[in-house]
Design a protein around this ligand. Structure first.
Ligand code: SAH
Length: 243
């Protein structure tokens, strides 16, 4: 054992996230902002034993500790530019929730919608996700309101949920896709709750003619800004994988 061994730890993923967000672009910047973002935490063996979840059904919400697996830890810098500050002001990494940190560990509160135990193992139905599909999860803890919700707590960097909300409209082509889908209204809500948060980089203003696309479930959702404070969903295409 060398001197540094007491400071080094090896953790293993206990499960992985199944999320409608198939790419980083467009994911809400915190959990709970899009309640329609529903997914699953699929437990991996040997952590998929039903006994390990006994009593968890009494919790309405969970803390998930996860790895920002699509961020290269080697890229961390002492200062970062959080999107909440417009993307041009730097603050210390430890003053932010940025994923670009020395140990790329994230922390999200999600709603627990159900626990499934069957022959295939254990999985948790969760919603309000800000997590990429495939995110490795290190730990699960129940959210404890008396200890974890502090009404007097303050954060000047992110004082309130983002107040800017865009109106989301669907043009005829997008509407036609939604209308033939069995789960069309669920997809509509997910798109609305995601795009209303304006996923564009913070420096992009109202005069932005660019066409954007984001992968949501098995769909490639195409959209652009259309006038002040409005997003127009122009098309919803299959991405060659089952939705
Ligand atoms: N609630 C968490 C995450 C905040 S940052 C925390 O406070 O620690 C949220 C951003 O992380 C999202 O906008 C998304 O782009 C990014 N993200 C989510 N899962 C990720 C993953 N597995 N790898 C890299 N980035 C991820």
């Amino acid at each position: 054992m060398d001197d540094t061994s007491q400071y080094q730890f090896r953790f293993e993923a206990i499960g992985t996230i199944e999320s409608p967000y198939r790419e980083k672009f467009g994911i809400p910047r915190q959990s709970g902002l899009a309640p329609a973002a529903r997914g699953r935490l699929i437990m991996l063996p040997p952590y998929d034993r039903p006994e390990a979840f006994e009593g968890l059904e009494t919790a309405s919400h969970l803390w998930l500790l996860f790895v920002f697996h699509q961020i290269d830890a080697a890229t961390w810098h002492p200062r970062v530019r959080p999107p909440r500050l417009g993307g041009n002001k730097r603050v210390g990494v430890f003053a932010t929730r940025s994923g670009f940190r020395p140990n790329p560990i994230g922390l999200s509160v999600v709603k627990l919608d159900g626990i499934r135990c069957d022959k295939a193992g254990v999985s948790l139905d969760i919603s309000g996700l800000d997590l990429l599909d495939g995110t490795p999860v290190l730990d699960i803890k129940p959210y404890i309101p008396y200890a974890d919700a502090l009404p007097e707590a303050r954060s000047a960097i992110a004082p309130e949920p983002p107040d800017k909300r865009l109106a989301v409209r669907f043009d005829a082509k997008a509407e036609a896709v939604i209308s033939v889908l069995g789960e069309g209204e669920t997809l509509r809500r997910l798109i609305e709750e995601t795009l209303t948060l304006d996923p564009r980089p913070a420096y992009k203003g109202e005069a932005d003619g660019r066409a954007y696309g984001m992968k949501l479930q098995g769909w490639d959702v195409r959209w652009r800004l259309a006038g002040k404070g409005m997003v127009l969903v122009t098309d919803i295409l299959g991405c060659g994988q089952p939705p």
